[in-house]
Design a binder for this molecule. Structure first.
Ligand code: NAX
Length: 327
């Protein structure tokens, strides 16, 4: 028998949590041979609903689910965590300024980073989903000085998957015939979905679609997809966000295949002119449990301006949380 992997999920009673937990417990996060023990972290008001979800998880009789524990204390929730999915966050309410939003989330992600630092397993891998995801991940990372910085990541995989679908549909090919797309920068409206290195059915994407479509359709559709889902569903993306979180961690743990790549927000080493230390989205491959930035891609003037604009927003967010004393 294998020792179960401890997976901590914050915001477990929320809508992404509800879509995520069953997939983790069924083996889709870590594979069909790896038992998991779930540690659900909620705020006190969320505990009862998390208990209800735990009852349903029990009722699935998942062979790989070794246990479920529910906490409203971060130290306990992250104790022994091998994988930490930070989904719960403070949403922007009406009239809230960006500074208020960053401050409210600093109050969540600072202590969670400290709790990870104090008690998570040595191999802990952290994915921040809760928005503003990149800067929340930065706050958590800065509060965990004993954990290698590279273990803190933020999710742009949903943006990546949205872009794959848009490009595949436009080109009239299956999604698995699209490769080498990149989401750069912040998980926000400034994100830059880059098709200049993408291949569609073995051809250069730029030979298949024209630049007018890229600028007037593709980029805004991908960047505003979250708002379009809210408009249609009356609720924000949940199952697709959970799916992207599964993809991100599954790739991180099991590795990406071949020379293709995916997108993830990881700590910058200065590549592509992104200031060192920022948590920004890059083209990445996973090898031996580590993300590597795909090197040597040519960045044209169009891409340079878009990447710089999104990275400038990340710099502003970092400066704002620095001024607030949150990092
Ligand atoms: P919900 O409001 O349905 O659920 C959030 C849950 O988090 C609630 O149950 C709440 O009690 C809990 N929570 C709040 N503070 C907590 C804390 N300190 N510790 C533990 N739990 C806490 O939101 P949901 O739709 O599930 O979305 C969760 C987050 O994902 C939001 O911040 C949302 O903006 C973000 N998203 C990020 C995406 C990405 O691509 N990175 C896409 C989807 C999503 O919008």
């Amino acid at each position: 028998t294998t020792t179960p992997v401890n997976v901590t999920v914050t915001g477990a009673a929320g809508q992404i949590g509800y879509a995520l937990l069953f997939r983790i417990a069924s083996g889709q996060l870590l594979g069909p041979d790896t038992p998991v023990s779930l540690r659900l972290l909620e705020i006190p008001q969320g505990v009862k609903a998390a208990e209800g979800t735990a009852m349903e998880l029990d009722d699935c009789a998942f062979p790989l689910l070794a246990g479920i524990d529910i906490f409203d204390d971060a130290r306990q929730g992250f104790d022994g965590a091998n994988v930490a999915l930070l989904v719960g966050a403070r949403p922007r309410s009406k009239g809230m300024e960006r500074g208020d939003l960053l401050e409210a989330n600093g109050g969540i992600f600072g202590p969670q980073g400290e709790a990870i630092n104090a008690g998570a397993a040595d191999d802990v891998k952290v994915l921040v989903v809760g928005n503003p995801a990149n800067t929340n991940a930065l706050i958590a990372q800065r509060h965990a000085p004993d954990v290698p910085a590279e273990r803190f990541t933020a999710m742009t995989r949903l943006d990546h998957n949205r872009a794959l679908h848009q490009l595949a549909t436009k080109a009239g090919v299956a999604v698995n015939e699209v490769e080498r797309l990149t989401i750069w920068g912040n998980h926000s409206a400034t994100q830059y979905p880059d098709i200049f290195h993408a291949r569609v059915g073995g051809r250069a994407a730029t030979d298949v679609v024209d630049e007018a479509w890229l600028e007037s359709e593709f980029i805004p559709t991908v960047a505003k997809r979250g708002a379009a889902i809210i408009e249609a569903r009356g609720l924000s993306s949940a199952a697709s966000a959970a799916n992207a979180a599964i993809d991100h961690v599954h790739d991180w743990v099991t590795g990406t295949q071949g020379e293709g790549w995916t997108s993830a927000a990881i700590v910058s080493d200065g590549s592509y002119g992104v200031p060192e230390g920022l948590i920004s989205s890059f083209p990445v491959r996973a090898r031996d449990g580590r993300w590597e930035i795909v090197q040597g891609l040519e960045v044209n003037d169009f891409s340079r301006a878009k990447i710089d604009a999104s990275v400038a927003e990340l710099v502003e967010e970092r400066d704002a949380v620095q001024q607030l004393g949150l990092v």
